[in-house]
Design a protein around this ligand. Sequence first.
Ligand code: PEP
Ligand code: MG
Length: 590
Amino acid sequence: MDLIRLRGIGVSPGIALGEAVLSTPVLFTARREAVPADRIPAELDRLRLAMARTAEELAVLRDEVRERAGGENAFIFDAHRLILEDAALRGGLERIVREEKVRSEWALSWTREKYEKIFEGLADESFRQRKSDVEDVLSKIYRNLGDRGRAKSRGREEVAARRVLVAHDLMPSEAALRLSRGQVLGIALDMGGPTSHTAILARSLDIPAVVGLHDVTRHLRTGDTIIVDGTDGEVIINPPPAVLKEFRSKRERYLGYRKILRKTAKLPSRTLDDVRFTPLANIELPEEVHMALYYGAEGIGLFRSEFIYLQRTTLPSEDDHYEIYARIVKAAQSAPVYIRTIDIGGDKALPQLNIEKEPNPALGLRAVRFSLKNQEMFRTQLRAVLRASVLGDVRVLVPMVTEVEEVTEVKRLFREVKAELDARRIKYGRQVPLGVMIEVPAAAAVADRLARDVDFLSIGTNDLIQYFLAVDRSNEHVSYLYKPLHPAVLRLIRSVITIAQRQGTPVTVCGEMAADPLSAIVLLGFGLRLFSMNPIFIPRIKKALRAVETRTVKRIVSAALELETAQEIEEYIVEKILVKHPEVFLGRRA
Ligand code: PEP
Ligand code: MG
């Protein structure tokens, strides 16, 4: 058997080595089978029965996963119940059967295609991936239409006993179940991206995973030997003994490194000269809080609340918002939780909102601009956030602010919403801090004014760099220009941090820059103390920051800012820091 090496996206680090098991998806029918008019009521009953069975199945799965992997991982099944109960979905399926006089299988197949088109049309990758949740629910209903449906679906679950799961795509609920049962050593998928549920779950359960492999399922059969290298995004099929040996020792090294990081997660967040810093987590789903705390997060520095809209086909109500915030705040165990108001519009269009396509979405009606145009939606969200604030330390973060007037308007709405809650005698925290993201260069330029008006600032370097350097953050053709260490970017960020500190306004960095050890050291040198990032990077950032002295770093960073290019700056800092603290960059790219 020939060795095959495939490249994909490593979404959960680590190395899995073992026997592959290929999982096959539900095949939706392509046949439009007619039903005689007098059999329509019976057909509708069949569909309703399948939906009722699906509801039952979801409840059983939720309980099982909750027991094995904790409530955070069982949440997916509640999300699926909401999809199943969605009136538009249910009504749509019944209408197709009734009006077109067709079998339910066809109604499901057609509906699946419709949602697929809607989701694929979305520009934002993470939103596109929510299509698998709808597909997951539709597949369950489809299976439950058959007489042997339930037996079959249970049969599939027996397959993976401590093996590497290989599939075209993995339904989120299947991932939750199989992964939580501890049967899966690793995952390799044709489809998927870093923000899919499977990826998030794999990370939180510590299972190595590579997705986006395109055709891994074509290259192997159940029983083949496979290596999944989630750290480097590689999959190897039928490795010869020498390669197996190489990866076994790579796995040992990785596990050793992980042990060190895990220890670091528990150590105090203090630099070598005893300056306190605070690592915080950026999350997209409530189930990530648990993992964030495990990795040493001292709070949730950014909850991207637009992800609430991805788990449903209708607009979330105030209670829907509230339930999610309440879960996060409770799971955070009184640590601060920064809830960012929705950053949708523009490229993050949602099917339930019917947003017009814009010619230049990154510069369009997105984030706070969208919220101020859709004030009822915004108020609903603010009310829910305020209600959740009695459960812990909640803060409100407003994205994409460009000018002071927007802050004035948001503050007015915030006051009005509080007055409404007072009138309804609903409790909320009296001192919920309100802050803005600095991610538009204009906001950075008036940071002194903004800092006066709000309780805190949060620098979103992902967008700030994109807009300041005029480089699309997701366009690979210009990615060579996307440089966090560009002297212009560093000067701008330094000025915001300095201004905020001079005015006594707390400031966080919540872009990816905070997750890179070298950049984090630079930010520390600028005086930053609050670093928010993807939770898996927290240990390595803690390790880097614990290994340096702020006074040394400050000196090195000021000297570096005299240099002309990002490359010179990087080389200079690495050289100077390495001389003093050689262990800092260990595993920088892990
Ligand atoms: C940012 O722009 O840096 C940020 C944190 O927000 P997002 O990545 O969600 O745009
Ligand atoms: Mg942003």
